[in-house]
Ligand binder design. Structure first.
Ligand code: NAD
Ligand code: TYD
Length: 334
């Protein structure tokens, strides 16, 4: 297959591109990415010499560029998005533009070119927030997004389903819980905590720190997307989760333990407005239909992730300093 991967220079997209090129020696990948603050070509640097890989800088809301790339590919795997809840509270417009309008532009191109296979990567945040005793989210949970980020992702999910029902576009959707692992942008909790601690700074914990997320190692997520893309039933949604529910404060304490540091580095700060209390996923459908389940336990994954950040100091220092933004110019002479 020749895949068009949108957002392939971001955290999960770049892990997915590495996964596909490693696991499917016949496949080719074209990445379309705007290289916003979250896109980093260094995540793909070792692929520059790979003849099965091509990078195109561009915006998913640009119908012309999207059309020409969709025409050349067999399937679209759609990661590109504005992805950070805190930023969506500051600037919702960027989220509606990329996440809703960008998805519609891609869907239109997929439809125009004879109904290209389309996999949409979404989030469990579209389902809202759970109380401590509520059953985990599943494919039948009603949508109840509560942040501009999750509302824009919910809008994109609805459009994907609408193109399936209205135009028979061969789509699938995956709604996944919080990821962590290599190339995770250090504005999100786990990479921010690790890199702050490695630099001798404190970790900001929002509110009481008792919010719960269901953490999944990014390699397990990539495996799930790959399976749904190749073997998932058309028109279906698959929930993907980590069996990894943990309070934020417990995540921070685990990281402190791995790094041999004390609790004096925890800094409780003002809570996020509308902060969702708990997310958790029931992944029994993808387990039953496609035989997928998480393979990396949270404790093992956190140990590996700390090790990755320890051994990739140049990567995260460049991201934190903003120097990574020059990479495209250096590589492509622009
Ligand atoms: P990310 O912010 O790390 O990467 C997003 C990528 O999209 C970046 O490379 C960015 O440059 C690119 N992009 C943004 N706007 C664009 C545009 N207009 N045109 C082209 N490219 C654009 O995000 P991530 O954490 O890797 O998430 C990827 C996808 O997975 C998103 O759709 C997100 O909603 C979903 N998701 C993320 C998580 C998580 O825990 N991070 C969990 C479940 C689902
Ligand atoms: P985040 O990584 O931003 O993912 P999401 O909001 O999409 O779940 O945040 C994970 C949890 O950690 C969330 O409950 C907010 C909290 N958090 C902090 O306590 N401190 C921080 O500095 C950040 C970025 C997040």
């Amino acid at each position: 297959m020749k895949l068009l991967v949108t957002g392939g220079a971001g955290f999960i997209g770049s892990n997915f591109v590495h996964h596909v090129l490693r696991e499917h020696p016949e496949d080719e990948v074209v990445v379309l990415d705007l290289l916003t603050y979250a896109g980093n070509l260094e995540n793909l640097s070792e692929l520059q010499v790979n003849p099965r890989f091509r990078f195109v800088k561009g915006d998913i809301t640009d119908a012309e560029i999207v059309d020409s790339l969709v025409a050349q590919c067999d399937a679209v795997v759609h990661f590109a998005a504005e992805s950070h809840v805190d930023r969506s509270i500051m600037d919702p417009a960027a989220f509606v533009r990329t996440n809703v309008l960008g998805t519609q532009v891609l869907l239109d191109a997929a439809r125009r070119h004879g109904g290209r296979r389309f996999h949409h990567v979404s989030t469990d945040e579209v389902f809202g927030a759970l109380g401590p005793d509520d059953a985990p989210f599943s494919e039948v949970t009603p949508y109840d997004p509560r942040s501009p980020y999750s509302a824009s992702k919910a809008g994109s999910d609805h459009l994907v389903r609408a193109y399936f029902h209205t135009y028979d576009l061969p789509v699938t959707i995956s709604n996944c819980s919080n990821n962590y692992g290599p190339y995770h942008f250090p504005e999100k909790l786990i990479p921010l905590a690790i890199t702050n601690l490695l630099e001798g700074q404190n970790v900001p914990v929002y509110g009481d720190g008792k919010q719960v997320r269901d953490w999944l190692h990014v390699e397990d997520h990539c495996r799930a997307i790959d399976l749904v893309l190749r073997k998932g039933r058309i028109g279906e949604t698959y929930c993907v989760g980590g069996n990894g529910e943990r309070e934020n404060i417990a995540i921070v304490r685990t990281l402190l333990g791995i790094l041999g540091l004390g609790e004096d580095t925890i800094e409780y700060v003002k809570d996020r407005p509308g902060h969702d209390r708990r997310y958790a996923i029931d992944f029994s459908k993808i387990k039953r239909e496609l035989g997928w389940e998480p393979s990396v336990t949270l404790d093992e994954g956190l140990r590996r992730t700390v090790e990755w950040f320890r051994t990739h100091e140049a990567w995260w220092k460049s991201v934190k300093s903003g120097a990574y933004r020059d990479y495209y110019g250096k590589q492509y002479g622009k």
